[in-house]
Write a new protein. Structure first.
Length: 136
């Protein structure tokens, strides 16, 4: 049975919504992390940088892997990594441990975002890409 384009798009954007909400929750509570780990606000800003650095390191290799293994498996693994590291971030007992989980979370995000974007580019007509991809 062939899936509809609408279901493909919904299956991509519903998880995207929850992933982006989950990632966005961290920024407003960074001062609480600073206080709980007894580090300065400047140092706790590394949490954002570690996440971004994880994405930076993984974006291009994840593109190659999505060509080799497929978009959906990497999207699923990326989502699982994001969920697991979000849980581990909440359980981190040291600031270094928290930063390591944020770095891994960035890698999971690269898996998700790169695969999502290329999958959308594959299933959409060129005339629809800008409008549909512009929703995020």
């Amino acid at each position: 049975m062939e899936r509809s384009l609408r279901m493909d798009i919904i299956s991509i954007y519903v998880p995207s919504f929850f992933i982006f909400v989950g990632m966005s929750i961290v920024s407003p509570i960074l001062p609480l992390y600073a206080k709980s780990f007894n580090v300065s606000y400047t140092l706790v800003s590394l949490a954002i940088s570690a996440y971004a650095f994880g994405r930076f390191l993984a974006d291009i290799p994840r593109g190659w892997l999505s060509d080799k293994w497929g978009r959906r498996p990497l999207m699923i693994w990326g989502t699982l990594i994001l969920a697991a590291t979000a849980f581990l971030n909440a359980r981190a007992t040291s600031f270094i441990e928290f930063l390591i989980y944020r770095l891994i979370q960035g890698v999971g995000s690269a898996m998700w975002m790169t695969s999502r974007t290329t999958l959308l580019a594959n299933v959409l007509k060129p005339s629809e890409r800008g409008r549909i991809m512009g929703y995020f």
